[in-house]
Every structure is written in structure tokens, then in C-alpha cells.
Design a protein around this ligand. Structure first.
Ligand SMILES: O=C(O)C(=O)Cc1ccccc1
Length: 296
């Protein structure tokens, strides 16, 4: 709580007290009130109690300790790519992915003076990346901050007309800032995918289609990835995302993150996963959940 700028603290305190009184309804998110993750929490859990957390570690810890029922975190953006490093955060946490949510993102320029005086803009690196052409055209320098609404609270506290924030438009009223310009993203198709994380897994029920997220490390031999993925091709299992990342300093042990359409128990998915396991050092399933948006 102390980490948030002063204008955010009373709001954070109220929300934290409400969440503390009913932790089974609390939904942890990273950022100050008004952040995109806050909006995503409200949309995905209309009856939930959003719990602001300064960083991802705090949000994950809130779920681990039972202070929150789940956390919602952004993992990828249609304009600017990877957001949170879910493949590092999740396996260590012992939590599982239980859902996904897509949020259209709109960035506004907020400040406490006229636009002509703005020299610097503070925001989440994703927001700065999604508006980089616009910022360059305006001659405004970018300064990174852990979240968009937290940056707006900092700007409200500093009361320096040279420093603005890029944040959701609703953050202006929340922190008493002027809304200088709306929709400053470089492209209109700006959507962020969030996932919800929770303790332990209840088997997913209801209607599909379902998504399964997994990570794996292929054997260190030629064509290992080609062979590991062969089972998805031959069994007609759609892979909607594949990312590689390095762990450790050797640069030889490449791990992969994948999203597939399907769930364990589907014969085709089981056969594909079995073949993946055969060609991998290890495979770890991070969660199976209802698809929130049709892929393709
Ligand atoms: O900082 C925020 O508002 C977040 O919730 C992270 C984020 C930033 C930019 C786009 C989507 C999510």
C-alpha cells in the first residue's frame, strides 16, 4: 500500500478493506485503481471485489495466502506482444490458469496542465510501446512506471504540468487530472489478453471449446521441436500460441510456452500430448479453461 502514490492510497485502502472482509470474492490485480487490470477484473468477475496489488508478486501472494480467490494478469497484447512473463511467474507460484479474458485497451493522455507544456509521459511499458509513434510525433519522452493508473496517481501527486500519464480515461476523474487527449494508441486494434490464476484446479466443466496452456523443454537434438509438435499436426489439435524463452545462462536449454485448443481427456489432445512428452525432457500443464474468444 505504501508503494502507491498518495492520491491512490485512500482508494486502495477502501478496496483492500472490502476484499479483506470477503476474501472468497477478492480478485487480485497488479496496479493502482483504474488500471486496465482493474477494468479486466470488474468485467471478468462482476460480483468480485478487485484487490489492488503493487506488483505481480503481491498479486500472486494474495492468492497463495487466501487473501484473494484468484488473480487476473495481462499476458499478451495485440500491438506490443508479451506483457507479464507468465512462464516464469506461474510455475514457481503453484497456481493454475482457470480462465482468460480479452480487454480492448484505450489510452488517454492525462495531466494537470495544457498539452503544450507536457514534456514527459509516465506509464506502463506496454502502454508506452502501444503509443510510441504518437509520442514520437508529439516530441514527448517516455518514462516507465509499473502500471498506467499508478502513473496517473504519481502525476496527480507531482502536480508538474510537464509530466503527464498514459492511462485509461476513467483514471482522470479518479485522480483529479485533466483528460487532454483520448485514444492515443498507434492502432485501433489494441486488445490485451488476461488470464486468471487460482489455487489448485477444479476440473473445468460446462461447454467448450477449451484452451490448455503448457510449457515444455525439448530434447537438445536436431529437429526436436519439429518432432515434438508433430502430434498436434497429425491429431488436428490447433496451437494458437507458441513462444520460446531461455532459462539459465547456457542458451542451450530452450523452453516453450504453448496454448492449444482442447483439454486433457479429449482423445486427440491426449495423443498429441503423449507424443510431445516423448520428444521433450519435461512437459507441464499450467491450466485448462473455457475459451473466451474463438480463435481463427
Ligand atoms: O498498467 C495497467 O493499466 C495494466 O493493467 C497493465 C496493462 C498496460 C497496458 C495495456 C494492458 C495492460
Amino acid at each position: 500500500m505504501e508503494n502507491f502514490a498518495a492520491p491512490a492510497r485512500p482508494i486502495v485502502q477502501r478496496m483492500t478493506e472490502a476484499a479483506d472482509a470477503a476474501p472468497e470474492r477478492a480478485v487480485a490485480f497488479q496496479g493502482a485503481p483504474g488500471a486496465n487490470s482493474h477494468v479486466a477484473a470488474e468485467q471478468a468477475f462482476p460480483d468480485g471485489l478487485p484487490l489492488p496489488c503493487f506488483d505481480f508478486a503481491d498479486a500472486i501472494e494474495a492468492v497463495q495466502t487466501g487473501a484473494a480467490d484468484c488473480a487476473i494478469i495481462p499476458i499478451e497484447n495485440s500491438l506490443h506482444g508479451r506483457v507479464a512473463d507468465i512462464h516464469f511467474l506461474l510455475p514457481e507460484s503453484g497456481l493454475v490458469i482457470t480462465g482468460e479474458h480479452f480487454l480492448p485497451i484505450r489510452h488517454a493522455l492525462l495531466a494537470c496542465g495544457p498539452k503544450e507544456e507536457v514534456r514527459e509521459v509516465m506509464s506502463h511499458p506496454q502502454a508506452l510501446g502501444q503509443c510510441r509513434h504518437w509520442l514520437r510525433a508529439q516530441g514527448i519522452a517516455a518514462v516507465a512506471y509499473p502500471d498506467t493508473a499508478g502513473a496517473a496517481a504519481m502525476v496527480a501527486e507531482a502536480r508538474d504540468p510537464a509530466i503527464a500519464a498514459l492511462a485509461p480515461p476513467a483514471a482522470a476523474a479518479l485522480y483529479g487530472l485533466d483528460l487532454l487527449e483520448e485514444d492515443v494508441s498507434d492502432a485501433a486494434h489494441n486488445v490485451t489478453r488476461f488470464v486468471t490464476l487460482a489455487r489448485g484446479s477444479q476440473p473445468v466443466s460446462g461447454d467448450g471449446p477449451f484452451m490448455t496452456t503448457l510449457i515444455f523443454e525439448v530434447r537438445n537434438v536436431p529437429a526436436a521441436l519439429y518432432k515434438a509438435l508433430g502430434g498436434f499436426a497429425t491429431n488436428g489439435v490447433n496451437m494458437t500460441k507458441l513462444e520460446s524463452y531461455q532459462r539459465g545462462a547456457s542458451f542451450a536449454a530452450t523452453e516453450f510456452y504453448a496454448d492449444i485448443v482442447g483439454r486433457p481427456g479429449d482423445p486427440a489432445t491426449d495423443r498429441a500430448l503423449e507424443e510431445l512428452g516423448f520428444h521433450s525432457k519435461w512437459v507441464r500443464l499450467l491450466g485448462t479453461y473455457r475459451q473466451a474468444m474463438e480463435r481463427g
